[in-house]
Design a protein around this ligand. Structure first.
Ligand SMILES: C[S@@+](CC[C@H](N)C(=O)[O-])C[C@H]1O[C@@H](n2cnc3c(N)ncnc32)[C@H](O)[C@@H]1O
Length: 321
């Protein structure tokens, strides 16, 4: 197993880094990166921002803060307290854990936040270490509280990952790339590919700009919608900060790019939180409806990935001969 200092690289020059106490120094001594409280600050230049600062401020100052019973405010905004909806999201996360069964030395969680859902922890079960990378310091501190020595923590940017080519066995990247400005999304996909070892797998949860499935499901869903619980009132919503504007691209856009990798589709979830908030009641009807969707994901994973809202894009790097 390569030691962690051997897989770090300078996010600007791509050259190896050397650790000297609480600082990483790039080859040629041109750049220095601090390690503060066990979190390596391997950020590219400040004058080259990628994610809008309001998105990171949202996570640092609001989304990754917790309420009295430990629920992240981001989860409350999206799911309210609808248990049927929360259980469905848990099932959807757990369903994708099979891609990480093979295990290995390192799994990287890019845009990890605080590892907000406990089910996400299962992705790292067969790996020696989980490398959490995020721009949000609040998210990383909370991930560190959860994983302790089983994790490695980097404040870094998905479009300039501070990791060597072919250095990790697996990548999980959920709900991050569609939050980036459109012109940077291709670069982010390529970065995830670059850091994978031959034989490695990346599972990337994306959001399509348009999914016809919700309009088709509306009629069926409205039959199940009894006692549905509205998430938050308009008034409450206005007082809550938002994470900026997402820029999901279409499936056509994705399929027209000249990727250096082959990929297949699975499905993270067929419908989004707004749809569930509108139609899914927190009772047996809501559960029956969501379980029907989950069965579709089990039986027709790639079709659900193509036509649903949130595909899981599965990228495998071929083993070298
Ligand atoms: C929607 S949250 C998803 C968190 C987690 N992956 C999950 O599924 O629960 C997006 C996360 O990506 C992080 N993020 C946004 N832009 C980023 C970037 N350019 N590089 C690394 N992380 C970024 C945010 O700080 C936030 O923690």
């Amino acid at each position: 197993m390569l030691c962690v200092d051997e897989i770090f690289r300078c996010p600007v020059t791509g050259r190896p880094l050397q650790r000297r106490g609480d600082v990483y120094v790039s080859e040629g001594e041109t750049r220095r990166y601090r390690v503060v409280d066990g979190i390596a600050e391997l950020l590219p230049d400040d004058n080259d921002p990628t994610t809008p600062s309001e998105t990171i401020n949202f996570y640092d100052a609001f989304g990754w803060e917790q309420d009295g019973d430990g629920t992240f405010k981001e989860t409350i905004v999206h799911n309210g307290s609808n248990h049927a909806q929360l259980e469905h999201t848990s099932h959807c996360i757990t369903r994708l854990a099979k891609y990480f069964d093979k295990g290995g030395d390192y799994i990287v969680d890019v845009g990890s936040g605080p590892i907000a859902h406990p089910e996400l922890l299962s992705y790292g079960r067969n790996f020696e270490k989980r490398i959490c990378i995020d721009l949000s310091i609040t998210g990383l501190r909370k991930a560190k509280q959860k994983l302790g020595d089983r994790g490695i923590y980097i404040r870094g940017d998905v479009t300039k990952l501070p990791l060597m080519n072919g250095s990790v066995d697996a990548v999980t990247c959920n709900h991050l790339i569609y939050q980036l400005p459109a012109q940077l999304q291709m670069r982010a996909f390529l970065e995830l590919w670059r850091i994978l070892k031959p034989g490695g797998v990346a599972v990337i949860v994306y959001r399509w700009q348009y999914s016809g499935i919700e309009s088709r499901l509306e009629k069926l869903a409205s039959r199940f919608a009894r006692n549905k619980q509205t998430l938050l009132s308009e008034n409450q919503r206005e007082q809550i900060p938002t994470p900026g504007t997402d820029e999901p691209q279409s499936r056509k856009w994705f399929e027209e790019q000249h990727w250096p990798f082959e990929y297949s589709y699975d499905c993270y979830r067929l419908v989004d939180n707004e749809f569930m908030g509108r139609y899914v009641s927190d009772d047996w009807r809501g559960r029956l409806f969501l379980n029907t969707l989950l069965s579709m994901q089990y039986f027709l994973p790639s079709q659900c990935g193509r036509y649903g809202v949130f595909p899981a894009i599965i990228v495998r790097k071929p083993v070298l001969n």
